[in-house]
Design a protein around this ligand. Structure first.
Ligand code: UGA
Length: 436
């Protein structure tokens, strides 16, 4: 099928390549010239395992092309809207302006039988307004469906090609049939298909992210209790996780969730529910957010407890991205902690296997160091902020010889406590009862 994907960020670029892998002929549209030039040159503008290879493959097979102009020489049967919906700078709501401007431009180039499919995460009710706006501009009733995406950064392509489920929300049978054709290879493998109305499809996405955020904050709340009662939140998570009604996934306590999705989605959800007069229903998400923020503050407090006044204290932050295998630092707990420590007067060095270059000329108050053993020199406190695999293979004995003080806060609970303690480190693990 001829497919068009509008918006070539994380979601759109991945989706375009997933569509090409399924055998479709894909046109990717984005107004950002740099991004389009990059992609046409076979380069992915962000770090995502496997995407680079798939892009080169798709370009050489000519199954994908990218352009900045909103025109299609051959009409696409299905157009996916994958533009971003960031948090507004003035408040907590999701900014849907990119969705509506993409809709307006598309309405001028689509045909009456084109199916437009929203994939962006939007406040419930957006699709209906978009359908009305597009139909008015196009001069015919536009077929619009909603098909949320659940990919995670770090495993984006894999998640797109092997989803747990496909959710299709539509007002008409024609649109859902077209979408089922698009996903035929995936559906033929027995992947569950959930067909719903459009508001449900919009809600599914934010509800899923709200649930995941709640799960992480739940275990982080338990960590707070563990810290004042001498209990151990990691053992607790293990014990409750064996109950398969609870499950052990998304139950890792630490410095909390970040990224371009979970934090802004729970805030946007609360804001939308309030607009709809049902704010109380999800007001608990404000606590979920607050618990998450408190974990970041906790690390700063621990640093102060250990070091006294932070002025001129040398602190090393290991990891900056919001999760490993990603160079994304949006709402990253590690980065925010590093900035708070620097603000309190500490001399903060940052190390990350992937994100240092992506930082450009931002946050120059943080000293960047690519070589981890150079970074370690003279440090009075080390904080593990992102659980990159390479940090697990640090030899605590050799590493201990570089630093000034063998003091580490494991913000992700991944280090081998006994090995670090045997090497003479004082190790503080969030929510854990480790005797130093
Ligand atoms: C999230 C969802 O998991 C995806 O399903 C969704 O499609 C995506 O948002 C989106 O809306 O586009 P992602 O932001 O890539 O995916 O990251 P996650 O893997 O969900 O992790 C989010 C944060 O939670 C990370 O900072 C991670 O460190 C933290 N986390 C996760 C924990 O602190 N503990 C856990 O047990 C799990």
């Amino acid at each position: 099928m001829k497919i068009c994907v509008v918006g070539l960020g994380y979601l759109g670029a991945t989706h375009a390549l997933a569509m090409a892998k399924l055998g479709h002929e894909v046109l990717g549209l984005d107004l950002d010239t740099n991004r389009v030039d990059y992609l046409n040159a076979g380069k992915v503008p962000f770090h995502e395992p496997g995407l680079q290879e798939s892009l080169r493959e798709a370009l050489s097979e000519e199954s994908v092309t990218f352009q900045t102009s909103f025109e299609m020489t051959e009409p696409a049967a299905v157009v996916f809207i994958c533009v971003g919906t960031p948090q507004t700078s003035s408040g907590q709501t999701a900014d849907t302006s990119f969705v509506f401007s993409a809709g307006e431009s598309l309405a001028k180039i689509i045909l009456p039988d084109t199916v437009v499919v929203g994939k962006s995460t939007v406040p419930v009710g957006t699709a209906e307004a978009l359908r009305d706006q597009m139909s008015e501009v196009a001069g015919f009733p536009v077929h619009l469906a909603w098909n949320p995406e659940f990919l995670r950064e770090g495993t984006a392509l894999e998640d797109s090609l092997n989803p747990d489920r496909i959710v299709i929300g539509s007002w008409d049978d024609y649109s859902s049939q077209k979408l089922k054709e698009v996903y035929k290879p995936i559906l033929d493998r027995g992947t569950p298909l959930v067909e719903v109305d459009v508001p449900t499809a919009e809600l599914v996405k934010v509800a899923a992210n709200a649930f995941l955020a709640t799960k992480v904050s739940f275990i982080n709340a338990m960590a707070e209790i563990a810290e004042v009662s001498g209990a151990d939140a990691v053992d607790l998570a293990k014990a409750i996780g064996y109950d398969d009604r609870i499950g052990n996934k998304f139950l890792r306590n630490g410095i909390g969730f970040g990224g371009g999705c979970l934090p802004k989605d729970i805030r946007g959800f609360v804001a939308r529910a309030e607009e709809l007069g049902a704010g109380e229903a999800v007001s608990f998400l404000k606590d979920v957010d607050a618990i998450n923020q408190r974990r970041r503050a906790r690390v700063v407090t621990l640093a102060e407890q250990e070091l006294g006044r932070l002025n001129d204290k040398k602190i090393l932050m290991l990891g900056l991205s919001f999760k490993p295998d990603s160079d994304d630092m949006r709402d990253s707990p590690a980065l925010e902690i590093a900035l708070q420590l620097a603000k309190a007067g500490a001399e903060v060095t940052i190390h990350d296997p992937m994100s240092l270059d992506a930082m450009g000329d931002k946050h120059l108050e943080l000293r960047r160091e690519h070589d981890i053993s150079v970074a370690a020199k003279g440090q009075e406190l080390v904080i593990l902020g992102t659980e990159w695999a390479e940090y697990n293979s640090i030899d605590p004995v050799k590493f201990g010889a570089q630093v000034k003080t063998r003091l580490i806060i494991d913000g992700r609970n991944v280090l081998d406590v006994a090995a670090w303690q045997t090497a003479g480190w004082r190790l503080i693990a969030l929510g854990r009862n480790v005797h130093n």
